[in-house]
Design a protein around this ligand. Structure first.
Ligand SMILES: [Zn+2]
Length: 508
């Protein structure tokens, strides 16, 4: 969490060690409520402002995406007042960026459920391919309603860049998944689906819009400080595998399915007879087979294990089984990551989550761990539950039915907990694409799927984010996709890994 120092009313130097317990109400309406003044579990439908801490958090997240170093960000002097947030980016000078606060009318509309998406233009034209791929900036939860697209950042005087958009608001609401804290429709698994989102309604799910604001801020900083250089933007890749089914306990339907649906009679034979000669069941063996191609290409590969009891949506395998333990050791020896995949019923049930995590910690023998919720059953409260268990990162924030950028970002980040008005003590590594979305929900051919993934990868590369891709072990046998999995991996060769265990140089 970025700490701040109050040197006078409403003035902070980012990063100075001091308490942040004091509050500085920004609400303009006497009856207004600041986003953050709520207790966990409450809905946050009605908001009249975002807190000052939340503004500072949003600014920090934009600074990371602009390529500003932690030291550079900490040197900024930030003033919050009723009308604007002003950032003095070069101490001792008047060089500043002024972000105008959204008017009170905007907060009333937002609380009433009126979400406006507008567009803003570049400060100055960027180079290709950015100018083609990002012709302008998409701003959901926007306080501006004009049809023209004013620049997201523009000059008002020589040493002052100004934004008419309160860009800290869409940044915060996107990253914190505020729309998912509102009451409303959910699917049969309690999930907020892509089709329920503003991003789907206004057709911008395919763009990491918050990361793109970082490019705009980079321009503003470069204008004010021509000698400053942003950090290099590099694509990083995280391939991951949720292990839902391993063939233990034996399941006749699944074993017959190897022949009837997956046209692999030898796989059926292996399940029926392989145990006699010590072979792993087919699905357990696919864990090794799904990771091996990543190892061969020097790509990051994470395997998320379950410890959930049997249920209608959980196969109920025991991760302590000797055959599972052998695979876990093999993965470790080959540099793959072992993580957690909390079961169907852990969703909004923190006690069950804790029990399963304790079981997995015992089996995996290391801590902290990261992973993903089974069925992508996830809500913003899930961050709180994971944090309470001491988990290091979550990678559930992606949709099961569409590929794209659910939180408007492919940058791993510490999420903002709206109900507690603070940053979470864990990292979110947003999920960009899952194989099932491509064919089961988007109904794409393998060629179209490759194109859709390639578009996601290009956008991750452009902003310097992490392309996070989920491929289940059981789908390795699926004849629909043939060698599609390896084709995708081939396109990712050369990308760096995202080192979530490394010193948090990227999280300031
Ligand atoms: Zn799962």
């Amino acid at each position: 969490m970025t700490r701040r120092n109050r040197s006078e009313d409403g003035v902070f130097v980012a990063g100075c060690p001091t308490s942040i317990n004091d509050t500085y109400p920004l609400a303009t309406a006497a009856s207004g409520t600041q986003l953050g003044d709520r207790k966990p579990g409450n809905k946050v439908n009605e908001i009249y402002e975002i807190t000052r801490e939340a503004r500072l958090y949003s600014l920090k997240e934009l600074a990371r995406r602009a390529g500003a170093s932690a030291d550079f960000f900490r040197s900024w002097r930030i003033e919050f007042d009723r009308d604007a947030t002003t950032i003095y980016v070069n101490p001792g000078t008047a060089k500043r960026i002024r972000i105008r606060n959204a008017p009170s009318k905007f907060w009333r509309e937002l609380s009433a459920g009126t979400f406006r998406t507008t567009r803003a233009s570049w400060f100055y034209p960027p180079l290709e391919p950015i100018s083609t791929l990002i012709p302008n900036f998409i701003i959901p939860f926007s306080c501006e309603s004009q049809n023209a697209s004013p620049p997201l950042f523009g000059t008002v005087e020589h040493e002052c860049v100004e934004s008419a958009f309160d860009i800290l608001v869409p940044t915060l609401l996107s990253l914190s998944r505020w729309e998912e804290t509102r009451e409303g429709q959910r699917d049969e698994h309690g999930r907020f689906t892509a089709s329920m989102s503003v991003a789907s309604r206004d057709r911008f799910l395919k763009q990491p819009i918050v990361d793109e604001y970082g490019l705009a801020l980079e321009q503003a900083l470069t204008y004010l400080l021509p000698a400053w250089r942003p950090a290099e933007r590099k694509l990083r890749v995280k391939v991951s595998h949720d292990i839902d089914v391993i063939g233990i306990p034996f399941n006749a339907r699944s074993t017959i399915g190897h022949t009837l649906r997956r046209h692999k009679p030898l796989a059926t034979a292996r399940d029926l007879l392989g145990g006699l000669v010590g072979l792993n069941p087919t699905f357990l063996e696919t864990v090794r087979q799904v990771v091996q191609p990543c190892i061969e290409r020097d790509l990051d590969s994470a395997v998320y294990w379950k410890a959930s009891p049997p249920g209608p949506k959980d196969s109920g395998y025991d991760p302590r089984h000797p055959k599972v333990r052998r695979i876990i050791s093999w993965l470790r020896e080959h540099g793959a990551e072992n993580g957690v995949h909390p079961g169907y019923r852990t969703f909004l049930e923190p006690d069950r989550l804790r029990q399963e995590m304790q079981a997995l910690q015992e089996v995996l023998g290391e801590w902290p761990l990261g992973g993903r919720q089974h069925y992508l059953r996830w809500r913003p409260d899930t961050w709180l539950h994971w944090e309470a268990c001491g988990l290091a990162y979550d990678s559930s924030v992606g949709y099961h039915d569409l590929v794209g950028f659910r939180a408007g970002t492919c940058f791993p980040y510490r999420p903002w907990l709206l109900t507690l008005n603070r940053e979470a003590n864990l990292i979110e590594i947003p999920l960009v694409a899952m194989e099932q979305a491509l064919w089961r929900h988007m109904h794409l051919t393998p060629e179209q799927s490759l194109e859709a993934l390639s578009d996601c990868v290009t956008r991750c590369r452009l902003v310097g984010g992490v392309f996070t891709f989920l491929w289940h072990n059981i789908h390795l046998l699926d004849p629909i996709y043939g060698d599609f999995y390896e084709q995708v991996l081939d396109t990712l060769v050369g990308a760096e890994k995202f080192e979530w265990k490394a010193p948090a140089a990227n999280f300031y």
